[in-house]
Design a binder for this molecule. Structure first.
Ligand code: HXC
Length: 524
């Protein structure tokens, strides 16, 4: 049989398929390995395999090639620089895309964009999380405006999917130009330390436009993106660690906004409950670790912290109580006395909104001296940006449970999951001080004249001590709030886990509807 006749037979067609498949998948993969491995990076397909259940990845679009006329035949690579498909993680469906940096630097082109759009549409249609593994030079220069158009197409879909399916981004190499805005629009972003960079414009452009000399790491490394810019939720030691973190994160999340998060078997807390009865130091000036409180409250004491490098004065993360997912927001007295500042407010506000969108109850642990005073905060917008946290708590309709452990002063009291912002269950420890401000500040303000007189006759220490004792007796306790029903109960600290778990069960059937509206106009 001559070649042409053979091609028309089933055997011939099978042979052609084998040849094309080898070129599309095996060949592309070989090339990718040669380019990625020397840089200490996995290929797109290797990353997907590391993330998902073994053998579960179903690739789609591996035969896609650029169809326009801006690339010549030689340049039309199979897959067009992105691997897409669906798989399972712990048996649950996920949709994925993974940039292939070895093809045009993983840059966005028309065919590439079509593939990403398709997988995003699929995630929304079937209601499963979308995970993007990013490693890209941004807009594909050769494709001009088409690549920009596809960034907008993708962004529109990320925005539509927001609050409907969880969206997770992992940055595993460069993420430059338009490529940064997909992670920015998703719910969680993980960066791999040292090998990943995220910036709108790279160091060379920065130098040519502004004259600033800065290294790629200083401009867009994982450290600055996590601790200063607040773009990143977790900095991973390496690619495996990044993908492990994503797998763990998924265990706390539902597939979509119409489902509940998965339930696990109940386990014990990591620390004995009795530890909480002696945890809070006698002196208001001494701190304690809020993570110990969570260690004695959450199942196995496990907290998957998000944005731990940003505003460590507030902890945000996922845990479980009797096998059910909860989102935890907690002041951390070990950092700046757990004060609220701009970063802490925005970090917690975003977290509360995510929990609310995905049916995850919010547990708030309060030990807060108030909002951080000062011109720097005022000028950077602590009013507008601090308001986001008030907004987030007010808007949230998931069960909201709050425990005051020590200080709940001033605006901090009102903001941190107070009854007045709609919390369902508010508990306070006997060590709580729910007041406008701490005793020292209040006495100095209220009794300025008495203290001045006492200073003149040498009795200031005695007078101050008496006034402090009186103030503490009247205001620095949980009972004034309990009397008004602002806290539902003052409890022994060791009862906290039990009480929260029972309350959570009680609130399981909570339903709350907001007024009809197109959307809110929250302060952004
Ligand atoms: C086409 C690209 C590319 C791009 C990289 N490549 N970026 N091809 N379009 N945007 C190609 C390179 O030509 C090279 O091809 C291969 O990818 C690897 O790139 P290297 O430079 O060798 O790699 P590295 O040294 O690791 O540097 C990676 C990089 C750098 C930091 C990403 O390539 C870079 O700065 N790229 C340009 C980034 C950028 O300015 N993008 C456009 C932004 S504008 P060969 O064939 O040699 O292997 C934008 C606006 C969108 O995105 C806004 C929408 C809202």
């Amino acid at each position: 049989m001559v070649d042409e006749e053979f091609r028309d037979t089933t055997a011939g067609r099978m042979a052609e398929f084998e040849q094309r498949y080898r070129a599309a998948v095996v060949g592309t993969e070989q090339r990718a390995r040669q380019k990625q491995h020397p840089r200490g990076k996995h290929t797109a397909r290797e990353r997907v395999e590391l993330l998902v259940d073994r053998g579960s990845f179903v690739e789609t679009g591996e035969f896609v090639q650029h169809g326009g006329d801006c690339l010549d035949e030689e340049q039309r690579r199979y897959g067009d620089g992105v691997v897409t498909g669906h798989a399972t993680v712990d048996g649950r469906k996920v949709c994925l895309f993974a940039h292939d940096f070895s093809t045009f630097g993983g840059s966005m082109g028309e065919a590439f964009g079509e593939k990403v759009v398709k997988v995003l549409d699929l995630a929304l249609k079937i209601g499963c999380p979308l995970i993007g593994l990013n490693d890209s030079g941004g807009a594909r220069i050769q494709e001009g405006v088409t690549s920009l158009a596809y960034y907008a197409e993708v962004a529109r879909r990320n925005s539509r999917a927001s609050g409907v399916v969880p969206q997770i981004s992992v940055v595993m190499g460069p993420c430059a130009g338009g490529a940064v805005y997909t992670p920015a629009l998703t719910d969680f972003t993980v960066m791999v330390d040292r090998t990943s960079r995220m910036f709108v414009t790279g160091p060379e452009v920065v130098r040519s436009v502004t004259g600033e000399e800065i290294s790629a790491e200083e401009l867009g490394g994982a450290g600055v993106n996590a601790s200063l810019a607040g773009n990143v939720h977790y900095v991973a030691a390496d690619e495996e660690d990044a993908l492990d973190w994503v797998r763990t994160l998924l265990t706390f999340l539902p597939d979509n906004n119409l489902q509940a998060p998965p339930e696990f078997a109940e386990t014990e807390a990591a620390l004995p409950a009795s530890e909480l009865d002696t945890l809070v130091p006698d002196s208001a000036h001494r701190s304690y670790d809020m993570l110990r409180v969570l260690g004695a409250v959450l199942d196995e004491g496990e907290l998957l912290e998000v944005q731990s490098a940003l505003a460590p004065n507030v902890l945000c993360g996922f845990g479980r109580l009797r096998g059910r997912s909860v989102g935890v927001v907690a002041n951390q007295p070990m950092h700046q006395s757990g004060i609220l500042d701009i970063d802490a407010s925005e970090k917690a506000a975003r977290f509360v909104r995510f929990c609310d969108a995905f049916n995850i109850p919010v547990l708030t642990f309060v030990d807060v001296p108030g909002y951080l005073p000062g011109s720097s905060q005022e000028r950077r917008g602590v009013i507008r940006r601090g308001a986001k946290l008030i907004y987030a708590y007010s808007e949230a309709t998931v069960p909201k449970l709050t425990v005051v452990t020590r200080k709940a002063y001033g605006g901090g009291y009102a903001v941190m999951g107070s009854k007045h912002l709609g919390a369902d269950v508010n508990l306070a420890w006997p060590t709580s001080e729910i007041a406008v401000m701490g005793a020292e500040g209040a006495v100095e303000l209220l009794y300025r004249e008495e203290l001045a007189e006492a200073a003149a006759n040498g009795s200031v220490d005695k007078v101050r001590a008496k006034l402090l004792a009186e103030y503490r007796e009247e205001f620095a306790n949980p009972y004034a709030a309990a009397r008004r029903g602002y806290v539902d109960a003052v409890i022994r600290p060791s009862w906290t886990r039990q009480r929260l778990a029972t309350s959570l069960e009680m609130l399981e059937t909570k339903r709350e509807e907001g007024p009809p509206r197109k959307h809110s106009t929250m302060p952004l």
